[in-house]
Design a protein around this ligand. Structure first.
Ligand SMILES: [Zn+2]
Length: 101
């Protein structure tokens, strides 16, 4: 009987540790690099030292507001996407600035 209790306790502890070891779920926006990290990536800056899309080398990057009330309650979070290939390249936060949509 006590063997079962020990076994049960062990499983319970392992289960508990597994759950609490998991890092908090990151949102898609949080997975994006910030501008400083983006600049460290390959091909993020062209030969003239200008910031550009690392996928197609286009220099026009559009800044867009993150459209999520839950993730972006203060409208301070933005993402920057290439105007050509539409790939989202990096994220930014306007600290203390509240923008109207
Ligand atoms: Zn592009």
């Amino acid at each position: 009987m006590s063997t079962y209790l020990i076994l049960f306790a062990t499983i319970a502890i392992i289960y508990y540790l597994q759950i609490h070891k998991r890092p908090p779920v990151k949102t898609d926006w949080e997975k994006l690099p910030d501008l400083a990290d983006y600049k460290k990536l390959e091909k993020s800056v062209n030969e003239e030292g200008q910031l550009c899309c690392r996928y197609c080398a286009n220099k026009t990057i559009n800044k867009r507001l993150l459209q999520s009330k839950k993730e972006n309650p203060d409208n301070t979070k933005h993402y920057h996407a290439c105007s050509e290939c539409k790939i989202v390249l990096w994220r930014s936060v306007n600290e203390g600035v509240k923008e109207q949509q």
